[in-house]
Design a protein around this ligand. Structure first.
Ligand SMILES: Nc1ncnc2c1ncn2[C@@H]1O[C@H](COP(=O)(O)OP(=O)(O)OP(=O)(O)O)[C@@H](O)[C@H]1O
Ligand SMILES: [Mg+2]
Length: 239
C-alpha cells in the first residue's frame, strides 16, 4: 500500500513481571494499519490482545521494539508527547465504556478537546457532531446513568472519534451489548475507517471480525496464522 501507515508496530515485545514470574505477553509482534483499514485482533484469553492495544494507544510501553503513530515514535515522545497524541490522534474505546459519571454525554465527548485547548463552545459543537455521527445527538445532555448500555457505548465511540482522530483502538467494544447493538457499533467503526481512519478491533467473535479487512491472530503473545503456526518474527500477517 502506498499510504503512510497510521500505526506501525515493529517487533514489539512486552514482558510483565521479572524472573520466574515473567510473562511474555507479546513476542516480537509486527504489523501496520493504514488509513481506511480496520484490523481485527483475535486469539484466546491471555494471548496478549489487550496488551497489544494498550501499547498501541501509548497507555503501556514495550520492553523492546518500536511503536509509531502517524510516524511519531511513542517511546521517544515521552510521557507528555504520548498524552498529547492520546488527546489528538488516538481514540480508545474501553470494554466497560469508562464514561465519567458526573459529566453529560456531550461533556464526556468534548473533554479531550478541551484538555487540548479547544475553546468550550467549539469543543461542544464538535462533541455534538460526533454524537450525531453515532446516532445519539438527542442524548447530549444526559448523564451516563440515564442511558442504556448501548447508548453509553455509542457515546464512548463518539469520544474516541471526536475531532480528527486517525487511530481508533477498541477492546471488545461490543462485549456488554446485545447482538443487534453490537453490529451497529461495528458498522460505526467500519464507517469511520472507510472515512480514512485506521482501526484496531479486539474481538472474540468471528462474526465481528468479518467487518475487518484483515485479522491478526495471537497465541501466547506470538502472531500466528489461522492454522495456529507461528509466523517468522518480524513479519506481519501481510508480509
Ligand atoms: N499487569 C500485568 N501484570 C502481570 N501480567 C499481566 C499483566 N497484564 C497482563 N498480564 C498477562 O499477560 C498476558 C496477556 O494478557 P492480556 O490481558 O493482554 O490478554 P488478552 O488476550 O487481552 O486476554 P482476554 O481475552 O482474557 O482479555 C496474560 O498471561 C496476562 O496474565
Ligand atoms: Mg483482553
Amino acid at each position: 500500500m502506498s499510504t503512510n501507515p497510521v500505526l506501525q508496530l515493529d517487533r514489539v515485545t512486552r514482558v510483565h513481571g521479572t524472573g520466574e514470574l515473567a510473562v511474555h505477553a507479546l513476542r516480537e509482534v509486527s504489523f501496520e494499519a493504514h488509513p481506511g483499514e480496520l484490523i481485527a485482533v483475535m486469539g484466546p484469553s491471555g494471548s496478549g490482545k489487550s496488551t497489544l492495544l494498550t501499547i498501541a494507544g501509548g497507555l503501556d510501553e514495550p520492553n523492546a521494539g518500536r511503536v509509531l503513530v502517524e510516524g511519531a515514535d511513542l517511546v521517544a515522545a515521552g510521557q507528555s508527547g504520548r498524552a498529547k497524541l492520546r488527546r489528538t490522534s488516538i481514540g480508545y474505546v474501553f470494554q466497560d465504556f469508562n464514561l465519567i459519571p458526573a459529566l453529560t454525554a456531550a461533556e464526556n465527548v468534548s473533554l479531550p478537546l478541551e484538555l487540548d485547548g479547544t475553546p468550550a463552545r467549539a469543543a461542544r459543537a464538535a462533541a455534538v457532531a460526533a454524537l450525531e455521527e453515532v446516532g445519539v445527538a438527542d442524548l447530549a445532555d444526559r448523564f451516563p446513568d440515564e442511558m442504556s448500555g448501548g447508548q453509553q457505548q455509542r457515546v464512548a465511540i463518539a469520544r474516541a472519534v471526536v475531532g480528527e482522530r486517525r487511530l481508533i483502538l477498541a477492546d471488545e467494544p461490543t462485549g456488554a451489548l446485545d447482538s443487534v447493538t453490537g453490529e451497529e457499533i461495528l458498522r460505526l467503526l467500519r464507517a469511520r475507517c472507510d472515512a480514512g481512519a485506521a482501526g484496531v478491533l479486539v474481538t472474540h467473535e468471528p462474526r465481528h471480525a468479518g467487518w475487518a479487512d484483515r485479522v491478526v491472530y495471537l497465541r501466547d503473545g506470538l502472531v500466528v496464522d489461522e492454522s495456529g503456526a507461528a509466523l517468522a518474527a518480524g513479519e506481519g500477517v501481510n508480509a
